[in-house]
Design a protein around this ligand. Structure first.
Ligand SMILES: CC(C)(COP(=O)(O)OP(=O)(O)OC[C@H]1O[C@@H](n2cnc3c(N)ncnc32)[C@H](O[C@H]2O[C@H](COP(=O)(O)OP(=O)(O)OP(=O)(O)O)[C@@H](O)[C@H]2O)[C@@H]1O)[C@@H](O)C(=O)NCCC(=O)NCCS
Ligand SMILES: Nc1ncnc2[nH]cnc12
Length: 291
């Protein structure tokens, strides 16, 4: 008799996608040093978040991601029935997150972005190019979920105040921050031999150079957003996070954003989306599903 079953377990496509989505969230949380975000060093600009909570939140979302992938397989096509099923599962996922964190919003934007991408990947697991998956996700995001509540969220408030394009529009446009900025930067920094952690930090910075992060806007207004965008560009211009000059700029940016209480939570979610797409695009076991 064995204490553990050491036979390789064959995972379903939906289980594999849920694993990859949760892995992406945990990799994002662990990546350090991220400016003003929760990481292995500390809580950044947050008083109500810490790394253990981010991990627990990520793990609580596994059933929702699996259910979204299962829904995609069951419906088999992009349309209102799938959009509304995924919306319902997303809201249940948000509730599971809030139950786990004691009411703290850790991953609302990530549920949205990764949920759409998991669904899009499950719809056609043989078509995993970043552009194909993001277009399918965008087509889903463009459909109007009749059952979605329309609360005056932080994102909705800053959209009114500053005319900012938030998480919904980012998805409806096919995740330009990921496809046009993060993925190219990730590949470029890897190709330059900067190391995986620095390449991921550079990808996050590339997102921050341009994103209208509604989390930053809500907490620190336009001054916070400009500080984030210009500071991230300065790190990349100085040679990125693998260089000494870039690291100094990154440290300055961290201090400036914390002083402004500006947390780039939306950029962090999009880095997780980038890591997820990077994995499925590289064919990381999506079809065979064995680990
Ligand atoms: C369509 C929704 C995304 C709702 O969007 P909306 O803008 O109305 O709602 P928000 O509640 O503001 O959530 C959007 C979150 O998305 C992240 N984000 C911000 N800017 C961008 C951007 N430009 N592009 C992409 N993503 C972006 C961000 O998430 C992170 O920040 C969270 C913390 O933010 P906040 O709540 O403001 O918290 P704090 O400032 O810390 O609050 P206090 O401490 O001050 O109180 C953190 O969780 C990160 O995840 C935005 O918060 C979508 O959510 C929706 O409609 N959901 C319904 C269910 C559904 O249909 N799901 C579909 C399933 S796929
Ligand atoms: N690492 C992080 N820190 C703070 N907010 C976040 N939202 C998503 N990831 C985050």
């Amino acid at each position: 008799m064995h204490a553990f079953n050491l036979q390789p377990k064959t995972l379903s496509l939906a289980e594999r996608l849920a694993d990859l989505a949760v892995d992406a969230l945990i990799d994002e949380a662990d990546l350090s040093p991220k400016p003003a975000l929760v990481d292995r060093r500390g809580n950044g600009a947050h008083t109500d978040l810490h790394l253990g909570l981010m991990h627990a939140s990520a793990l609580s979302l596994w059933p929702a991601f699996k259910a979204m992938a299962d829904a995609a397989i069951a419906f088999g096509e992009i349309g209102l029935p799938l959009r509304e099923a995924v919306g319902r599962i997303g809201r249940e996922g948000e509730q599971a997150m809030l139950d786990t964190t004691g009411g703290v919003n850790t991953h609302r934007g990530a549920i949205w972005a990764l949920g759409l991408l998991v669904t899009a990947a499950a719809l056609d697991p043989e078509s995993t190019a970043a552009s194909s998956v993001s277009i399918r996700a965008a087509r889903l995001a463009l459909l109007d979920d009749r059952y979605a509540p329309r609360p005056l969220s932080h994102g909705a408030q800053v959209a009114q105040r500053y005319g900012a394009r938030g998480a919904r529009e980012e998805a409806q446009l096919g995740f330009p921050a990921v496809l046009q900025r993060a993925l190219p930067q990730l590949k470029c920094s890897r190709a330059a031999g900067h190391g995986e952690q620095n390449a991921r930090l550079d990808a996050l910075l590339a997102i921050m150079t341009n994103l209208a992060d509604t989390c930053v806007l809500y907490r620190a207004g336009e001054q916070g957003l400009h500080t984030m965008q210009l500071g991230a560009q300065a790190v990349l211009d100085a040679g990125g996070s693998a260089s000494l000059a870039g690291r100094r700029r990154l440290h300055e940016l961290d201090q400036q954003l914390i002083a402004l209480n500006a947390s780039p939570g939306g950029a962090a979610d999009l880095l997780a989306a980038c890591l997820f797409i990077d994995r499925i695009e590289s064919g990381d076991g999506l079809i065979q599903g064995v680990f």
